[in-house]
Ligand binder design. Sequence first.
Ligand SMILES: *Cc1c(COP(=O)(O)O)cnc(C)c1O
Length: 379
Amino acid sequence: MTGGFVYSEKPIAVERGEGPHLYDANGAQFLDFGASYGVAAVGHCHPAVVSAVQSQVEELTFVQASYPNSARDGLYEKLAAVAPAGLENVWLCNSGTEANEAAIKFARSATGNSKVVAAMQGFHGRTMGSLAATWKPKYKKPFEPLAGGFEFVPYGDEDALAEAVDDETAAVLLEPIQGEGGVNPAPEGYLQFAREATEETGSALILDEIQTGLGRTGALWACEKRGVVPDILTSAKGLGGGLPVGATLCADWVAEDSGPHGSTFSGGPVVSAAAEATLSVIVEEDLPENAASVGEHLQSKLRGSELPIRTVRGEGLLLGVEVGRGANAALKRLAMDHGILALPAGRTVVRLLPPLVVEESHADEVVEALESTLAEVTA
Ligand SMILES: *Cc1c(COP(=O)(O)O)cnc(C)c1O
């Protein structure tokens, strides 16, 4: 057995990346419209990130987080500057699931409660706590028992949420747009409702922006577009520009009583330098604006096309194209015949999650490829 045994490997060996493109050993080009699970938000090997990593790795590769370090402090400051107002307390870790583990622990510690309310179809990660907050039974069954105290409500249903949230609730944990669960945006007013329900009971509202954050939906954070500030916001995926970094941004009342958490690798200088450079690129190149406009263009092209698609959901450059049972076959043909790499979201949805640096011409390329591919697989 090889090291790849948990992944079903694809027959493309990727050796190089630049911007939205990946290349195999023979130089064949692929358009990475899944941004490698959303990580390549600023594109592959962005020069600013590469150069920040190169200088930092030579200066100081690692030092434990209890010694102040300018690279880590730079990231703390940068994150505090771009965080929704009131979420300036930053915990750094190495992945999305860890950012959510911390969020759950902090909320339990700060409220003294244990119950966590999460949503059906939600996805929050694969470690025991975040997995307990994840909906899909297939991901959980073989690993039970998971962490206890988790309750699920239908996403978008205000009455169900009102019923579930009470004085025993530590947190409500939601994605502003469910990514992995099929690209389902929160209905109008739902996050606001969750904000009010948690405020009334003294529980924490945790928004998982690991997929929706950093400009992908057309604003730096999806919650900003809805006028909601949570108590805890989690970020990861694109944050490190390709290096593994996660962040848990907390309100003062959460940070003040967050409990004895920790991690050896928290805020290492190299990943911190990479993340600070990545955030600077996102702000300076105005990538939220690019995501909004290219996303708009892509949506209107998809809707205006002759494609046999049922619906297009999402915002900015987080789009789900409902194609029915042919989704997996379509993804395979897109990759092998057209050099376009996209992602699934469940069995019926093609998920488009490109780097935020893509241009309208890349979107056109994808729509054309989808046209010929879907004509074949749904014929
Ligand atoms: C990817 C993802 C996670 C998990 O992140 P990992 O880095 O894989 O642990 C959690 N929540 C959401 C919404 C995600 O999209």
